[in-house]
Design a protein around this ligand. Structure first.
Ligand SMILES: *[C@@H]1O[C@H](CO)[C@@H](O)[C@H](O)[C@H]1NC(C)=O
Ligand SMILES: *[C@@H]1O[C@H](CO)[C@@H](O)[C@H](O)[C@H]1NC(C)=O
Ligand SMILES: *[C@@H]1O[C@H](CO)[C@@H](O)[C@H](O)[C@H]1NC(C)=O
Ligand SMILES: *[C@@H]1O[C@H](CO)[C@@H](O)[C@H](O)[C@H]1NC(C)=O
Ligand SMILES: *[C@@H]1O[C@H](CO)[C@@H](O)[C@H](O)[C@H]1NC(C)=O
Ligand SMILES: *[C@@H]1O[C@H](CO)[C@@H](O)[C@H](O)[C@H]1NC(C)=O
Ligand SMILES: *[C@@H]1O[C@H](CO)[C@@H](O)[C@H](O)[C@H]1NC(C)=O
Ligand SMILES: *[C@@H]1O[C@H](CO)[C@@H](O)[C@H](O)[C@H]1NC(C)=O
Length: 520
């Protein structure tokens, strides 16, 4: 009975094996990938989409201020002694408005951020704290004039004394609230030609930190209120429906595919996502660099792959910022197009290691760096008496990515804003100050996914683990079936051929022996 059907069973189990091999090698992966893509792509029924449209939890936005403790001494040429105060913690809510869908699988949207002070997380610090910081708007005006027409700077400074009431030196005594959001009033009224020049320049450059006063001829200066007031965009982002490995890539910003202010196709490239969303990572093709596009500094930056690292019991890929991102031209020739002339009379337009000139981006002579000049030139640190101490743990930028979904498990972005304090003979307030790069504050923007989503991810990984087990189970079952039926076929053959092969010796020793004997 068995003998009759064994060949059929063998054929069926052979077919089963072929199917199992195809499924194990390709089919299961395809199904899982399809499912993941369905969940992460930007389609209005995907799991990711709603979270992307409106972030389910606020980001933490922390600001650290450099309080200058020895202003009198600095005015006499001594090294600054700084005292870092912070963090002032804000909750940052993010919401996107969809404008439409474009060709090539893109979505067009505006991004809106809203800030709210978090008194609990800020502890003893309040927005009413008085701090002494470098007078950013004043120095921005003086440096701009000094670079354009050095011989006029003394005269213009006289006019600035009207623009900036109670102008004694290059430092600003201010309430944290005003410095960050509410603004410090700058008066443009007056029939002074130099004042008109400065105000006209601000009007034409429209630096984001200067907000025109309503119903008055003047401006409010503040560091972050533009982020709270205005939407950014439009962004065009790839939805990942056609190719999930391009999910989140920004292809254009404000309808431009290249940021024009660097005057260079390479440095103006818009690479990567807006850091809200990343594509899944293929095990065999892990990107060495992860790009994000940062409109605040008008460029893409990247973090480098360090390796696999566990976080929340999830095996993630860990990326962190490396020296080369803000490297000087000598260390990373690719960065040479970020060098812009005219930022300072004393330099060729290329900055030291670890610095980025924001003049082309913000229309003000601001210089960005990592906090405390982390990964920057040692030379920068010599300027300070104390208070600047780079520390990887505190000043790094990094991200943990869940490879299967591309979800950011935890990430922090940190950036410091600086301006040059320049000794200028013809300006009484700057006559004796030491020239150097002066930090004002640094900020940290970060998020850690909530425990509920961590659990969701762990569950989905478990499910994928089961699928993996099922795949091997299926394959093993198919192999066992084939082997068993093969044995059955062999036995059936043996039974059928029994009468033919009546030579018991040859049966016991096997046909090969007789073969060998015959051959001889
Ligand atoms: C889903 O998105 C499509 C565009 O892809 C849009 O036309 C449709 O109205 C959306 N559906 C819902 C329910 O929002
Ligand atoms: C900042 O330093 C000044 C002295 O320069 C001091 O009066 C002030 O209290 C400090 N602010 C804070 C918040 O510690
Ligand atoms: C879509 O992609 C094609 C080929 O990559 C490109 O030539 C075209 O300019 C793209 N269209 C838009 C609107 O970006
Ligand atoms: C941000 O703007 C909103 C109004 O749009 C305002 O209520 C809120 O106080 C502002 N946040 C800060 C920190 O000033
Ligand atoms: C610094 O500049 C502000 C305007 O930003 C001005 O009002 C103020 O008088 C200046 N501070 C000092 C201490 O000179
Ligand atoms: C943008 O990405 C491309 C390809 O990944 C890379 O070669 C290039 O260096 C990046 N550009 C910048 C400015 O980082
Ligand atoms: C991680 O796993 C360990 C042991 O498997 C467990 O004790 C711990 O609670 C887990 N942590 C989280 C955050 O789930
Ligand atoms: C530098 O300034 C000069 C004169 O102000 C101007 O002609 C030139 O275009 C500027 N160069 C750059 C790179 O901005």
């Amino acid at each position: 009975m068995l003998g009759k059907h064994s060949k059929l069973i063998f054929a069926v189990s052979m077919g089963f094996l072929v199917v199992a091999v195809i499924m194990a090698a390709w089919g299961f992966q395809k199904i899982v990938d399809k499912q993941i893509q369905k969940n992460v792509q930007l389609e209005n029924n995907s799991m990711m989409f709603d979270k992307w449209l409106k972030l389910p939890m606020p980001l933490e936005f922390k600001v650290y201020i450099f309080n200058v403790t020895n202003v009198e001494d600095v005015n006499q040429g001594e090294k600054p002694i700084l005292n870092e105060i912070g963090p002032y913690v804000y909750k940052q809510y993010r919401e996107r408005t969809i404008l439409g869908y474009g060709p090539n699988d893109t979505i067009k949207y505006m991004l809106r951020k809203r800030f709210e002070f978090d008194p609990e997380a800020s502890g003893v610090l309040t927005e009413d704290d008085e701090v002494t910081v470098i007078n950013f708007s004043y120095l921005a005006a003086v440096l701009t004039v000094h670079d354009m027409m050095p011989s006029f700077v003394g005269m213009v400074n006289k006019a600035l004394e009207q623009f900036f009431p109670s102008l004694e030196d290059a430092f600003l005594r201010v309430k944290v609230r005003d410095l960050f959001f509410d603004g410090i009033y700058l008066n443009c009224d007056g029939d002074n030609a130099a004042l008109g020049l400065v105000c006209g320049k601000i009007k034409s450059d429209t630096p984001p930190t200067m907000r025109p006063a309503e119903g008055a001829n003047g401006f409010y200066f503040s560091m972050f209120s533009h982020m709270n007031r205005t939407e950014t965009g439009p962004y065009d982002m790839i939805r990942g429906r056609e190719n999930v490995y391009e999910l989140g890539n920004i292809v254009s910003y404000k309808e431009q595919k290249v940021m024009p202010m660097w005057g260079d196709k390479y440095c103006g490239q818009i690479n990567g996502s807006d850091s809200s969303i990343f594509p899944p990572i293929k095990e065999g093709n892990v990107p060495k660099k992860l790009y994000t596009f940062e409109p605040d500094i008008c460029r893409s930056v990247y973090v480098d792959l360090v390796g696999k690292k566990e976080i929340f019991n999830i095996s993630a890929y860990y990326y962190e910022i490396s020296e080369s991102a803000f490297a000087a031209k000598s260390a990373n020739p690719n960065n040479k197009c970020f060098c812009r002339k005219n930022w300072s009379a004393n330099h060729d337009g290329c900055l030291l290691m670890g610095l980025l000139n924001l003049m082309p981006c913000q229309g003000a002579p601001a210089i960005a760096s990592l906090p405390h000049f982390f990964l920057g030139s040692e030379e920068l640190l010599e300027y300070f008496g104390s208070g600047i101490m780079p520390d990887k743990e505190k000043h790094n930028t990094y991200v943990y990515i869940d490879p299967t979904s591309g979800v950011v498990l935890s990430g922090l972005k940190r950036l410091q804003f600086n301006i040059e304090l320049r000794q200028i003979d013809t300006v009484p307030q700057l006559k004796r100050v030491p020239t150097g790069l002066f930090p004002m504050l640094w900020l940290e923007e970060g998020a850690t996914i909530p425990a509920s989503i961590q659990q969701e991810l762990r569950d989905s990984h478990k499910l994928i683990g089961y699928v993996e087990v099922a795949r091997w189970f299926l394959l093993t079952a198919a192999i066992i079936a084939v082997v068993t039926s093969a044995v059955a076929v062999a036995r059936a053959n043996a039974l059928l051929s029994w009468p033919r092969n009546s030579n018991s010796v040859s049966f016991i020793l096997g046909p090969s022996v007789t073969q060998v004997n015959k051959g001889n």
